[in-house]
Design a protein around this ligand. Sequence first.
Ligand code: HEM
Length: 500
Amino acid sequence: METMQTLAERLPQSLSGRIALLAATAHIVLYVGRAIHNLYFSPLSRVPGPFWSRISEFPHSYNFMRGDGVPYVKSIHDRYGPVVRIAPNRISYSTPTGFRTIYGKREHIKDPEMYIAPPSGAIGIMEADEVNHTRIRKYLGPAFSVKALEEQEGLIQGYVDQFIEGLRQRKNEMVDIDSWLDWTLYDMIGKLALDFDFENTINARYHPRVNNMFTNFKLMGLFYAASAYPWFYTFVQQSLKMMFARRSENYNFIQDVVKNRVRSQEKGKTDLWAYVLEHANPGDLVEKELETTGWQIVIAGAETTSTVLSGAVYLLSVNPGRTQRLVKELRKRFKSEKQISFDSVAKIPYLIAVLEETLRFYPPAAFGVSRVVTQVEGSEIDKVWLPQGTRISASQYCVFRSQDNFAKPDEFVPERWLDDHDEVFENDNHDALMPFSYGKRNCIGRSLAIVQMRLILARLLWNFDVELCDQSRDWIEQRSFLGWEKPPLYVRLTDRHHRS
Ligand code: HEM
């Protein structure tokens, strides 16, 4: 009796104090109730996952916020299997068929949490709804066709000339090859997507408007991580004002370039807009949408490809036997640099194998891009039924590094992609490698990226011997926010044609 009295005396006496106490109690009851529901009564309760991830968004948000989201999801797969619950309403797949079943269905729409509105508010290809997306893909199609690629070869080769020449001037010095690759890829995409020359490579520095483009990936990653907590979302928005300002400056610049280019109506060039203007039904073109799409193509089209190339340079440098094999094949096959072309690089199986293995080992879009189940009746994905509203993803890193899909998944073995591979790799599931995703919203720039990667790597290794500097021994240990946060990759290059 006395204890009850003491307790009552301790309770807040004022009305506001009592309301606060009531609100806090209601909050706790709600939280516990929701946790019990998530654990035992949710339709997702049968999907395995760590206790805290099944009851709270916090571990998912926290790890993604820190840039550890990819290893966090991988560790859950390693422990609980190929279909796991990474947050109360998020299911991750590392099954070989996950890409097809998740990204192949139109009813699994893009997760709005993953996309922050472009600075102008005008939508582009990335966040367009299904109807608008079909229209955009249709008018962009001719610009990414085989014919367009063939016509663009001269332009692309020209930027590789600048890249090689820039490196030749710095032979025997320590160079950050990651920046050089970034500069070259931004130069190429600038000319192809904007008809604008950023002149990064020629000036050996980032043009101010493509410097910090990684900011976009980082912002998207941070917002995705914070999306479960509205108050935190606002906090992130407030504290990242500088990043937003930079993003808007880049956007405004590209917006103006695209506007002028499209208004000029100039055909007969080999940039994206020449193909669009020539083939599209004018009624399908919406100026603001073209501007946002141009900006998104620049973001999507340079950093990804340069990441794979930096990854290949690093992985080859720490695997000297494999470098020797590739270098030998390239230098035997090509007597002069002029022979290295889109066509001829497609006939070097070991070069192709090295790039496939780099995409497997170090995929630029390592993160599982999230989709949402929209069907009222739910959706069955790889024998697991998921209700409407479930967020689903297949992380490339988790699929490609799964023992179930590839033997010795944590070893860099390009030979696994060759016909005469060791029998250990006999059961590797090649169909599980989908670095460009799958379905109607897969990568529109896939063919371009493939020729760029083959050409640049072939010409780099044909010209130079590459030695990794000690500062970059652990380069591959990186955080990831939608893309990998790459530090400089220091190498020393020896020019095999001009050794002095
Ligand atoms: C190795 C290089 C590349 C990789 C690994 C890659 C990967 C991807 C992936 C996984 C997606 C799907 C994203 C999603 O579902 O939300 C995607 C979409 C996209 N990519 Fe790439 N990409 C690469 C290069 C390029 C290039 C060179 C371009 C353009 C020049 C490009 C432009 C795009 C665009 C515009 C989309 C959105 C497509 C749509 O929504 O219809 N990418 N890419």
